[in-house]
Design a protein around this ligand. Structure first.
Ligand SMILES: C[S@@+](CC[C@H](N)C(=O)[O-])C[C@H]1O[C@@H](n2cnc3c(N)ncnc32)[C@H](O)[C@@H]1O
Ligand SMILES: [Zn+2]
Length: 191
């Protein structure tokens, strides 16, 4: 696709983020429901989307990142937002987001405020990632509700169960290790 200048919005601008890299920040108070910035990109069919998704996945396996910019528009079309001029791609994930991605009747995607947002607040939405690779996507959103990983909210109950089980297993392993060390110490004293 041709190069274009990065998209802009009267409501938000790019700044360094404490969550990760760069993010989008409110330039003024934004009322709930406001369309803030369009998530631009190339409309592609499902076959092309699968191909690009697989390429991005392979890249992420090598780099450890997860730069996912593919959005489902409907049963036929997706949108690839992986272009420098799509400024909205810089919005970070949050477990307690102040925005969501809304698709309008023309299949255009808009970052929309789900609550009143104060000037200078960082904008965020829930990336809605699946649970399979959760450990590869630790979340640093810093919200009180943070679940610890970038995962769609529908998977949170399952994620809580998995994390609890994993923690219990680690604790059992640590307790066994401590018991082993104690036994070794006792033997040393004895001889
Ligand atoms: C689409 S980019 C967002 C823009 C990114 N901050 C940048 O500067 O390129 C998505 C990537 O940002 C990072 N990211 C976004 N939200 C995050 C969060 N809550 N915690 C940790 N990393 C996050 C992850 O590496 C994710 O794969
Ligand atoms: Zn979080």
């Amino acid at each position: 696709m041709e190069e274009r200048p990065p998209s802009t919005s009267d409501w938000a601008e790019v700044r360094g983020s404490e969550v990760h890299g760069r993010g989008l920040f409110a330039l003024k108070d934004i009322p709930e429901g406001k369309y803030i910035i369009e998530y631009l990109g190339e409309r592609i069919d499902k076959e092309e989307s699968d191909r690009r998704g697989n390429t991005l996945f392979d890249e992420s396996q090598e780099t450890g990142g997860a730069q996912v910019y593919l959005f489902t528009l409907d049963e036929n079309w997706d949108l690839d937002g992986n272009f420098g001029w799509n400024t909205a791609r810089l919005v970070n994930h949050s477990c307690e987001p102040n925005c969501e991605a809304q698709i309008d009747d023309e299949l255009r995607i808009w970052l929309t405020a789900v609550q009143d947002i104060r000037c200078d607040e960082e904008l965020s939405f829930n990336y809605g990632f699946g649970i399979d690779d959760y450990e590869r996507h630790p979340c640093l959103c810093g919200s009180r509700k943070c679940i610890g990983y970038i995962v769609g909210e529908e998977y949170w109950p399952e994620l809580r169960r998995i994390v609890k089980k994993k923690k219990a297993k680690e604790e059992r392993k640590a307790a066994k290790e401590r018991a082993r060390e104690k036994k070794k110490d006792k033997k040393k004293k004895f001889f």
